[in-house]
Design a protein around this ligand. Structure first.
Ligand code: SAM
Length: 339
């Protein structure tokens, strides 16, 4: 296991398998058009599996497939099967918007995927049309049902935005409970494509807990051994658990063991980092596993990023990037970094 300058181990890699998405969530992809990664730069399954193998040889045990929308990548179960053969991976997970999940859930389960997280910001189809520019709310619900039927442990991710969906806190908890899925409320972050972000729209962890305790009674924190988990977990009086990812108002950088690999093989040490390390170029120019491993290990050892905590100290906080900055380098987009 290797550690960075703040003694944080390299424990987790989020692998973005495509920068393309079939939704246009207004907190992530609000623009009309985008600069995409060139097709020839996108890593093949073999290249991804090789890099993941090197990461796991350095101590990574958690791998999450993400995007863009990962289920848009042709034949994702094949990549899943290749990764599932890597016995060092303890937790192989997928984050998806669910639109294509109903068709693929069973094949992903057969391929060895362990867990699924579905993004579900609202239970109202009309709201989803407004928020994500899609009429396919029923496909997301069908995906959730299919994932449960396939036997997956399920989480639901909800980005809470004031005046958009903050009146659905209780409804989402009830929905999660009835579908045996744990809901995780995510504070609206000012990063990546969130060019319309404003501090006033952030529904904080404190507010979420206030609303839920008014409705359900005393909420207790769930203690966990995995201090690197992004969500703090809580328990309602009836035992229902839920999580809150308070990356905006109470970030957890000190325990962050996560890194992100974009679809074109750029490796980021922090969601807020301006630059990443190009692993594709050495990979395609014949670097050995030992050379790639040295590059990854030395880069991680030099890591001191605390992006979300540094943002906390910014006065008059505004979106990290405006459109020009995102167009100049699409690696800055959340849909390229994988969230
Ligand atoms: N397409 C997949 C999905 O919808 O889950 C995976 C990629 S998406 C970028 C990963 C996660 O990032 C989603 O749960 C999404 O809600 C979250 N996300 C994107 N932009 C965000 C923002 N500005 N604040 C908080 N979460 C955000």
């Amino acid at each position: 296991m290797i550690s960075d300058k703040l003694r944080r181990p390299l424990g987790s890699v989020r692998v973005s398998v495509t920068d393309r998405c079939n939704l246009r969530c207004r907190y992530c992809m609000p623009e009309q058009d985008y600069v995409w990664l060139p097709k020839q730069s996108v890593l093949t399954f073999e290249e991804i599996a090789r890099l993941v193998g090197i990461f796991t040889s350095l101590g990574v045990e958690k791998v999450r497939l993400t995007g863009g929308e990962p289920l848009l990548r042709h034949d994702l179960p094949t990549l899943t099967g290749m990764l599932a053969k890597n016995s060092r991976i303890r937790d192989l997970a997928l984050t998806t918007n669910g639109l294509l999940l109903a068709k693929q859930a069973e094949a992903l389960k057969q391929a060895g995927l362990g867990r699924v997280t579905v993004s579900l910001d609202t239970l109202r189809p009309d709201r989803m049309r407004e928020l994500a520019r899609t009429d396919r709310h029923t496909d997301v619900l069908a995906g959730i049902v299919a994932a449960r039927a396939a036997g997956f442990r399920l989480k639901l991710n909800t980005v809470m935005i004031r005046g958009v969906n903050d009146d659905e806190l209780v409804d989402l908890i009830e929905f999660g409970r009835s579908h045996a899925a744990e809901v995780r409320f995510i504070e609206y972050m000012d990063v990546g494509g969130a060019t319309a972000w404003s501090a006033g729209q952030v529904v904080s962890q404190r507010e979420i807990l206030e609303v839920l305790s008014t409705r359900y009674g005393a909420i207790t924190p769930v203690t966990t051994e995995d201090l690197s988990a992004p969500a703090e977990r809580f328990r309602l009086p009836d035992g229902t658990t839920f999580g809150i990812v308070a990356s905006t108002t109470a970030p957890f950088c000190r325990a962050c063991d996560r890194s992100r690999l974009t679809a074109d093989g750029t490796w980021f040490l922090c969601l807020y980092a301006d630059r990443g390390t190009d692993l594709r170029e050495p990979l395609r120019n014949g670097a050995s596993d030992a050379e790639l491993s040295d590059l990854i290990a030395s880069t991680w050892r030099g890591r001191s990023d605390r992006g979300a905590e540094e943002r906390l100290g910014v006065a008059d906080r505004a979106p990290l990037y405006q459109v020009d900055g995102l167009r100049a380098d699409p690696h800055r987009e959340m849909h390229t970094r994988g969230g």
